[in-house]
Design a protein around this ligand. Structure first.
Ligand SMILES: Cc1ncc(COP(=O)(O)O)c(C=O)c1O
Length: 316
């Protein structure tokens, strides 16, 4: 495959058949240029805001993200030449921090947790204060920006072109951008297809919860505005331990993915709302990223033991 423009390595990701008996496919978003589903949002957003004259190449881009969106934006800003400030929290993994820095971003660390131990509100407060005190800054605001969720029209279109029939699509949620854009396009072509949002225990998108969660990428502590644009039929909450053990099951097939992919794979196999028996339908799971960024977390036995201890102390 010959590629002229490096950003053409975002999108058109492989769709692999995980299990032919139950017609279950996975869209491998870890194949994108900077390694995750968020590359689509970073690319689309940068292109649209450049085209619309909203940003120029001296505009400072700022975002709150400790993970894949921070990496994707750092990469796109490196390509376009924009300065990028990434607001992270103390839970950022060393590997993510190093990749974001390697791609040239400046990092600000939020340090004030709320009563749930989450830093998200403090991170957003830091972004807002920065914008107030500086000129020529653009906040990409991944929880609300239409260019974030519309970026996933491409994902929905790819799936519609790749499969003759789609009955169920399982989508991991955090900002709900993937869910919103993908679901809109799938429903245009396959109006009867059921879209199932997959969240992690402890997240507050669909249910109020006081539980602590440890896994990054999936879930968030409020209801993102992007959810208003999502056409979903149901949701399923997956325990952290089940998402991790499903990642290990996928390893046995040679598939190395992050915990949100494990959550999606678990949901596909344990969802109780299927209209027909599992196997009678064509099912797609979106696998948001690869597993290498999680070697020190979900693939580390000691780290996983800590989750067990935390959960037992709190809920056992
Ligand atoms: C690993 C992983 N899974 C799932 C998601 C959820 O995607 P979205 O923010 O579009 O809801 C993200 C978002 O950052 C992610 O990094």
């Amino acid at each position: 495959m010959k590629i002229q423009n490096i950003t053409d390595m975002i999108g058109n990701t492989p769709l692999i058949e995980i299990d032919s008996k139950i017609k279950y496919y996975a869209k491998m978003e870890g194949s994108n240029l900077f390694g995750s589903v968020k590359d689509r949002a970073a690319k689309y957003l940068m292109e649209k805001t450049y085209d619309g004259g909203i940003i120029k190449n001296d505009t400072v881009i700022i975002e709150s993200s400790s993970g894949n969106f921070g990496i994707a934006l750092a990469g796109m800003c490196k390509i376009k030449g924009n300065p990028f400030i990434c607001v992270v929290d103390p839970n950022v993994t060393e590997i993510n921090r190093k990749i974001i820095e390697l791609l040239g971003a400046d990092i600000i660390i939020a340090s004030k947790p709320d009563q749930n131990g989450s830093y998200i509100h403090n991170r957003i407060q830091i972004v807002k204060e920065y914008i107030q005190n500086h000129k020529n800054v653009y906040w990409t605001n991944q929880y609300e920006n239409e260019y974030v969720w519309k970026a996933y029209f491409s994902l929905g279109e790819e799936l519609c072109n790749e499969l003759k029939q789609i009955d169920y699509v399982f989508v991991a949620v955090s900002t709900c951008g993937t869910l919103a854009g993908t679901s809109q396009k799938i429903k245009e072509q396959f109006p009867d297809c059921k879209i199932i949002a997959v969240d992690i225990a402890g997240s507050q998108i669909f249910e109020q919860s006081k539980r602590k969660n440890h896994i990054s990428g999936i879930g968030t502590m409020f209801v993102p505005q992007n959810l208003e644009h999502a056409k979903y039929d149901d949701y399923m909450i997956v325990e952290e331990a089940d998402a991790i053990s499903e990642c290990n099951n996928l390893l046995a097939k040679g598939i190395v993915v992050g915990a949100s992919s494990g959550a999606v794979a678990y949901a596909i196999q344990n969802y109780t709302g299927y209209s027909n028996d599992l196997g009678a339908e064509s099912i797609v799971g979106i696998f948001p990223d690869r597993g290498e960024r999680y070697l020190d977390t979900i693939y580390d036995k000691e780290w996983c033991r800590k989750i067990d201890i935390d959960n037992n102390v709190r809920f056992g």
